[in-house]
Design a protein around this ligand. Structure first.
Ligand SMILES: *[C@@H]1O[C@H](CO)[C@@H](O)[C@H](O)[C@H]1NC(C)=O
Length: 183
């Protein structure tokens, strides 16, 4: 009986693994975007996009400013220390008709989705790429420049689910790039 249950759980986990591209926790559906908007530090990132992060000694905190343009439309500003230094980029995203994701496929943003938040931190799943390209990114947003133990644990657990745990990086506490987009 026990073993049967274990097998069932394993099958469910494996099935979930193959569906990770379409994974919409309840929190994604019930998000209050006005509460989620504003300035965020990005304290940790996990990505399978090669070359997204610069060498270890060039890494810095990222940042994002989220604005609700109108219903179903977000303005997302992101700043990251990249190979060529601090770079910021702004993109307008539109809500999917049914799914709790925002996107702008012309700009290479396939999905912007909040997996979990209490509005002091947020786990943001960002799928990037054009056409058949598909890069997964998990970002840990925090209102402050330090993370809570709980949010960091949730970030690592989610990295595991997304198959990104080997690519998880806690960013060094240098806010010089992040503060370039302070509102
Ligand atoms: C983090 O933020 C606090 C104020 O909120 C500031 O005093 C501190 O210097 C910041 N730390 C870093 C490493 O930027």
């Amino acid at each position: 009986m026990r073993q049967g249950l274990l097998v069932l759980v394993l099958v469910l986990v494996l099935a979930a693994g193959s569906q990770v591209q379409d994974w919409y926790p309840r929190e994604s559906h019930t998000l209050n975007w006005n509460k989620f908007s504003g300035f965020w530090y990005i304290l940790a990132v996990a990505t399978d996009a090669q070359g997204f992060l610069p060498a270890r000694d060039k890494r810095k905190l990222g940042a994002s400013v989220i604005k609700v343009n109108k219903v179903g439309q977000l303005r997302v500003l992101l700043a990251f220390s990249r190979l060529k230094g601090c770079q910021s980029q702004e993109v307008i995203l539109r809500k999917d008709g049914k799914k709790p994701v925002f996107r702008n496929t012309l700009k290479g943003v396939k999905a912007f989705q909040v997996l979990s938040t209490d509005y002091s931190y947020g786990l943001v799943y960002l799928r990037l790429g054009r056409a058949a390209q598909n890069y997964k990114n998990l970002l840990l947003f925090h209102r402050q420049n330090v993370s809570s133990f709980q949010s960091l644990k949730e970030f690592m657990d989610t990295c595991d689910i997304l198959g990104l745990s080997k690519a998880a990086v806690i960013l060094p506490k240098d806010a010089s790039c992040a503060h370039t987009i302070l509102p």
